[in-house]
Design a protein around this ligand. Structure first.
Ligand SMILES: *Cc1c(COP(=O)(O)O)cnc(C)c1O
Length: 419
């Protein structure tokens, strides 16, 4: 334990908030003012000499999710000297010792963002400063080093600016590349302890378009023997440890013909999230009020999705007052149970449901399997259509992300200046 932590403890610090205090002590300014900060202006650039070709739209390569663009960003950190100068260099394998901390103790976290080729020809990110801040939340939760999120954003933007023109060309309007900022502990000491070395890296990867709109997403509600996250855990952080252990359940769901798991929590069966997406329901209460409801974030078991936040903000601004003849609704963030959802379906009060996240975007839910019953969730009036509220919200977000007409200058769209 560093001397500083001991000193704090002597001054009467309680042991009841280990996580929050531990995170505070991870922030560099508090304990080690002299080590180097992450600094995008020190970027060292080495451009590739290979002539790789861009995969065709709809190709097997794109579907494989293994193809990255020409370059990646890397930045090394050590406890002694802080952050080295970041590098933009050819995309390729990393070199790690077999004893590296991340390979044993899940000292790994990541972000998921997209680079959008707008209908107006511009490249955009969507609220990327929020991803960079969340990445800091995740790193500090698992004893990885802190950094200035603004510097990470500059590095992400630089990579997009460098590779965007070739790998997401102007003809590919309405398409995207997936951006994966990652941090791993590279410390080769095998002891179970706070890592003294880490690597931050960012790459741009091809993803197939994900569109479940026509039939609606089919969810399998988790059983009592499976929990994704728990109070006091780390469900709120995008740490690898949340995802690996969920893959068995996800595999079973797929095998049974469902797209994803709807994660319930606790004996009451609180509805938390759908796979790696947040979950929304539009329903009418028994008293007849129309509500858009999603789980709150209080227990830190639900990930604070940027799409979720954006849906709530757009709904508050546009749906609460009533939009072009649509019935106004109220927004509720609280715990709700799968029994409540089931009851609303049985009583004809469920209006629509959707999942929200960067990967799936806004996906209408068509069905949830819960304790032996397939519950059908209403969608649009015509076959293959999404519900009215889902359609509106998805359209607004798409407009901002891809710079459609009046949304071109929306403050959530971050335009990348290409090189
Ligand atoms: C990434 C993620 C989401 C969605 O977050 P966005 O910021 O909207 O992409 C939701 N739930 C989980 C568990 C996630 O990992």
């Amino acid at each position: 334990m560093p001397p500083m932590a001991l000193a704090l403890h002597d001054e009467g610090e309680t042991t009841s908030e280990l996580t929050s205090h531990g995170i505070e002590h991870n922030l560099p300014t508090a304990s080690q003012p002299s080590i180097a900060e992450l600094d995008a202006s020190r970027l060292i650039t080495t451009l590739t000499t290979q002539n790789r070709s861009v995969p065709k739209l709809g190709s097997k390569e794109i579907a494989s999710q293994k193809i990255a663009t020409d370059h990646m960003i890397t930045a090394r950190w050590t406890v002694e000297s802080g952050w080295d100068a970041p590098e933009l260099r050819p995309y390729g394998p990393l070199s790690l010792m077999p004893t590296a901390s991340c390979l044993h103790y899940a000292t790994e976290c990541f972000e998921g963002m997209k680079l959008y080729r707008g209908f107006d020809g511009k490249l955009r990110l969507f609220r990327p400063e929020l991803n960079c801040m969340r990445m800091l939340k995740s790193t500090t939760r698992i004893a990885l080093p802190a950094f200035n999120p603004d510097e990470l954003l500059k590095l992400v933007a630089k990579l997009c600016a460098t590779d965007g023109a070739k790998w997401l060309p102007k003809e590919r309007k309405g398409h995207f590349l997936y951006i994966r900022p990652t941090m791993i502990a590279t410390d080769s000491a095998l002891g179970v302890e706070r890592p003294k070395e880490a690597l931050l890296y960012v790459m741009l990867v091809f993803f197939p378009p994900m569109d479940n709109a026509a039939r609606g997403i089919k969810l399998l509600a988790s059983q009592d023997d499976m929990v994704r996250a728990w109070p006091g855990g780390f469900g709120y952080a995008k740490v690898g440890a949340n995802y690996g252990p969920s893959l068995v359940a996800q595999g079973e769901a797929r095998r049974m013909g469902y797209d994803q798991i709807l994660w319930l929590f606790g004996p009451e069966g609180w509805v938390t999230e759908a796979g790696a997406s947040n979950f929304f329901v539009v329903w009418r209460t028994k008293e007849g009020k129309l509500q858009l409801i999603t789980s709150d974030l209080d227990e830190k078991i639900v990930l604070d999705g940027i799409t979720r936040k954006s849906v709530l903000q757009l709904a508050a601004a546009r749906l609460v007052p009533g939009y072009e003849g649509l019935e106004p609704l109220e927004i509720v963030e609280r715990k709700f149970t799968m029994r409540e959802v089931e009851e609303a379906i049985e009583e004809g009060r469920l209006v629509e449901a959707f999942a929200s996240g960067t990967a799936w975007f806004i996906g209408a839910i068509g069905q949830v399997h819960f304790r032996g019953k397939d519950l059908k969730i209403p969608m649009g009036k015509k076959e293959g259509e999404m519900g009215a509220y889902t359609t509106l919200i998805k359209g607004w977000l798409r407009g901002i992300m891809w710079g459609e007409e009046e949304m071109k200058t929306h403050e959530w769209g971050f335009v990348v200046d290409e090189e």
